[in-house]
Each structure stands twice: as structure tokens, then as C-alpha cells.
Design a protein around this ligand. Structure first.
Ligand SMILES: CC(C)(COP(=O)(O)OP(=O)(O)OC[C@H]1O[C@@H](n2cnc3c(N)ncnc32)[C@H](O)[C@@H]1OP(=O)(O)O)[C@@H](O)C(=O)NCCC(=O)NCCS
Length: 184
């Protein structure tokens, strides 16, 4: 498996045609059961997100074929990321952002026939390699196998969140990147 990190905005934009079929296949699976509308939302989101300063994309290529990808970006100072909690109300000092403090793992996906061989770990590690933020965060559906997988990677629960009305409930998770205390 070969891993390639893309940080250039133009190059990251050009990769979208490669990411789309992998996203579609992976998130059609339970518990996501995503369809064409969700894939269209992903395409629209990516077209905005890849232009964010600090955006990083990592591709896992198996003999030239895309086996998985991960991407993420830093939270902006005016982010709404730390809203929508159902069971906790993190303090201002915890939710304060300045564009550098927190890196978000936005998507991490490995094709089903490539899982269980360390590709997910390698994508995750390559994505964070060189990130200078204090902490990394992500949201994950509690019923997804990835929820416990992230715990094994050292992520701690912040709380349960519902980002918009009618959205599924997600676990908001956080992990220190530089020996920081990240508890809410
Ligand atoms: C979550 C996901 C990315 C993990 O990908 P993966 O390639 O199977 O991950 P890994 O192979 O690194 O880890 C899976 C297991 O394989 C094991 N493994 C096998 N060989 C390994 C190796 N060489 N190096 C590291 N781990 C290895 C690991 O121990 C790990 O076991 P664990 O689950 O007990 O920790 C993948 O299941 C996926 O795409 N799921 C659907 C999408 C999703 O839910 N994404 C996350 C939410 S956005």
C-alpha cells in the first residue's frame, strides 16, 4: 500500500473524482446507509472544505487503485463545531478556537475488502503527521464499529451531539496531540 499526502488546494480539488466512488461504497454500508443525496452533500462539502488553510488529504493506493482516504482541517475561530450537545455543555475555555488549536478528522474511509490490515491506522497517522494543533477531534455514529476503533486509538468522549435538527446522534470525541489535558 502506498500513502500520499496532499496539502495543495488545487491538487486536493482534483482528487474529488477519485474519492467519490470510495465514499459512496463505504457509506452505503450500515449504519450509514447513505444514498445519492448524501453523496451529493459530501461532494458539495468537500468542494468548500478542501480550500480551508491547513486542509490535509491522505490517499491509500493499492497498485494505483484507491483503497481508502482520510482528510481533515483545523477549526476556524467562528466554528459551530462545539454546539448541539445533548448531554453536556463544555465550558468556553474548552470550546475556544483560534484556527490552530484543533484539527478535525472529517472523513476516514477504507473499502470493505481492504480493512483489517492497518490501512485505517496508517491513514489516521499520516493525516496527523505534521499537524501542529493541540488536539484532534471527530464525530462518529455510536453504533458504527469505528466508534470503538477510535477509542482504541486514544480518543475520549466529549459528549453526544446532534449537529442539526433531525440529524443522527454522534459521539463527539477528542484526543490530545501534544501531552495536553483535553478533558471538557
Ligand atoms: C474505521 C475504518 C476506517 C478502519 O479501517 P481499517 O483499515 O480496517 O483499520 P485497521 O486495519 O487499521 O484497524 C482495524 C483492525 O485491524 C488490525 N490490524 C491488522 N493488521 C494491522 C496492521 N498491520 N497495523 C495496524 N492494525 C492492524 C488492527 O489491530 C485493528 O484492530 P482493532 O479494530 O481491534 O483496533 C474502516 O472500518 C471503515 O472505513 N469503516 C467505515 C467508515 C467509517 O466508519 N469511518 C469512520 C467514521 S467517519
Amino acid at each position: 500500500m502506498e500513502y500520499t499526502t496532499v496539502t495543495d488546494t488545487t491538487a486536493a480539488g482534483r482528487k474529488l473524482d477519485d474519492l467519490a466512488p470510495v465514499y459512496e461504497a463505504v457509506f452505503a454500508e450500515p449504519p450509514y446507509l447513505e444514498g445519492p443525496r448524501d453523496v451529493a452533500d459530501f461532494l458539495e462539502r468537500y468542494q468548500r472544505e478542501h480550500k480551508t488553510p491547513g486542509f490535509r488529504l491522505v490517499l491509500a493506493l493499492d497498485a494505483g487503485r484507491l483503497a481508502g482516504f482520510a482528510y481533515g482541517l483545523p477549526l476556524a475561530s467562528n466554528t459551530g463545531w462545539w454546539t448541539g450537545f445533548l448531554d453536556t455543555d463544555p465550558p468556553d475555555e474548552f470550546t475556544r478556537e483560534d484556527g490552530h488549536r484543533t484539527f478535525v478528522v472529517m472523513e476516514l474511509a477504507v473499502l470493505a475488502d481492504q480493512r483489517g490490515h492497518g490501512v485505517g491506522h496508517a491513514l489516521h497517522n499520516a493525516l496527523l503527521d505534521g499537524v501542529t494543533a493541540e488536539r484532534v477531534t471527530l464525530t462518529v455514529r455510536p453504533e458504527a464499529p469505528a466508534a470503538t476503533w477510535y477509542e482504541r486509538l486514544g480518543y475520549q468522549l466529549v459528549g453526544l451531539t446532534q449537529p442539526w435538527d433531525g440529524a443522527p446522534v454522534y459521539r463527539s470525541m477528542i484526543k490530545p496531540l501534544r501531552n495536553q489535558d483535553v478533558s471538557a
